[in-house]
Design a binder for this molecule. Structure first.
Ligand code: GDD
Ligand code: MN
Length: 375
């Protein structure tokens, strides 16, 4: 009897509303903010089928555990905990890929994005009036709150540069607060760079067709708990994203960085050569010292700049340096060989010289990508 009653129980979903919108929130050390954010979302999204996905990069402050505790009593709340990885943009991408919602909103986990604007962002795309709706600080009704004058001008400068490089008229392409239709994201996905902080700029620049953009003003609030992660690295990654989205379509940005480092290496070479000659060494000794120093210089600069994402650490640095010396030695031989051969074909001396350098540099790049800094 008891058994039959159990069978007769209908299988009801915990939440009877179909999933309409997912809010993706990247977090790094936001344990003090997530609970309040969930409360605010619960208020403004009442009556909708919604979920929030926190994509947390294994925050030392235990953000993931705090989210899991909340998620045990609310099916609206989900956690994606990433280990050994970092990055706001890539976190957002993984969050979007982990939800089935047809509309996705993205917002920060530190309560700086005012949730009052969220329903308007969602409705602008849910109604299909736009593919993407951007929360903007730079139209009437929007604002940056209590930012220092320096931070305001830095942000305005970066915004202008971004608008030019990405050929977009969006007033706030640096915004991290927006909503989009899933199709718009899916179309951009294969071309996303996933570098750094600016996922909206990345999506706008990666879309194969022009997107219909709506703008919704909001007031950027001052952070109350936790710390901002902005710093030199964020700025460098923004520059890299813009490079990737402009010249990167023609030449790999990594190759350009490698060539820049190589150019600096020439200066190091000549400086050391001059210093050793001045100190009374023979040319052969001085040249040898210059080569050894310049290659080491190139190795260390490539390790922290060109291949920052695959940076060798600890004992791996020694093996990497040895392989880089070996590759560079072969590159130098190729350089000399090609140059000498072209000169023998009656090519102008500087053409032969430059061709040798290019072949050597591309060899060094290809081989060190594959061996020294292999994935
Ligand atoms: N998963 C993950 N991984 N999250 C991160 C990381 C990371 O490496 N770095 C930062 N976050 C999270 C933070 O925890 C926060 O929820 C959000 O991303 C924004 O980081 P903040 O450090 O607070 O950035 P901000 O205040 O300087 O700038 C933000 O707001 C701007 C205005 O909308 C960023 O979101 C900008 O992209 C945005 O333009
Ligand atoms: Mn913030």
């Amino acid at each position: 009897m008891h058994h039959e009653t159990a069978l007769a129980d209908p299988i009801v979903s915990v939440d009877t509303l179909p999933l309409e919108v997912a809010v993706v929130v990247p977090t790094l050390n936001e344990a003090a903010n997530v609970e309040r954010l969930v409360e605010k979302l619960t208020n403004v999204l009442a009556g909708r089928g919604w979920e929030v996905l926190f994509v947390d990069d294994n925050s030392p402050d235990g953000t993931s555990d705090v989210v899991r505790r909340i998620a045990r009593t609310s099916r609206h709340v989900r956690i994606v905990q990433r280990v050994g990885r970092r990055g706001l943009s890539s976190a957002v991408i993984e969050g979007v890929l982990a939800t089935a919602a047809p509309v996705i909103a993205v917002m920060d986990g530190d309560l700086q994005h005012s949730e009052d604007a969220l329903p308007r962002l969602i409705d602008a795309v849910a109604s299909n009036d736009a593919d993407i709706a951007v929360g903007t600080r730079y139209v009437d009704g929007g604002g940056v709150g209590e930012w220092s004058a320096l931070r305001v001008s830095m942000s305005q400068f970066a915004t202008k540069i971004g608008q030019i490089a990405l050929r977009t008229k969006v007033s706030d392409p640096m915004s991290g607060f927006f909503a989009m239709r899933r199709e718009a994201f899916d179309a951009a996905l294969p071309r996303l760079s996933a570098i750094g902080f600016k996922i909206l700029a990345d999506i706008l620049a990666s879309s194969p067709t022009p997107l219909r953009v709506a703008e919704v003003p909001y007031q950027f609030r001052t952070r109350e708990a936790g710390e901002s992660k902005i710093g030199a690295r964020v700025i460098a990654e923004y520059a890299e994203l813009l490079a990737e989205k402009t010249i990167g379509r023609f030449v790999p940005v990594r190759l350009l960085k490698f060539l820049m480092v190589g150019g600096l290496g020439v200066f190091v070479h000549l400086s050391v050569l001059w210093a050793l000659l001045t100190a009374g060494n023979s040319f052969m000794m001085a040249q040898t010292g210059a080569v050894v120093t310049a290659i080491a210089f190139n190795f260390f600069l490539n390790n922290s700049f060109t291949y920052a994402d695959r940076k060798l650490k600890g004992w791996a640095v020694l093996g990497g340096l040895a392989s880089f010396y070996a590759i560079s030695a072969v590159g130098a031989l190729a350089n000399i060989g090609i140059g000498t051969w072209l000169a023998g074909q009656n090519e102008r001396w500087w053409v032969a010289g430059v061709a040798g350098v290019l072949v050597g540099a591309i060899w060094n790049f290809a081989m060190s990508s594959a061996l020294t800094w292999r994935k």
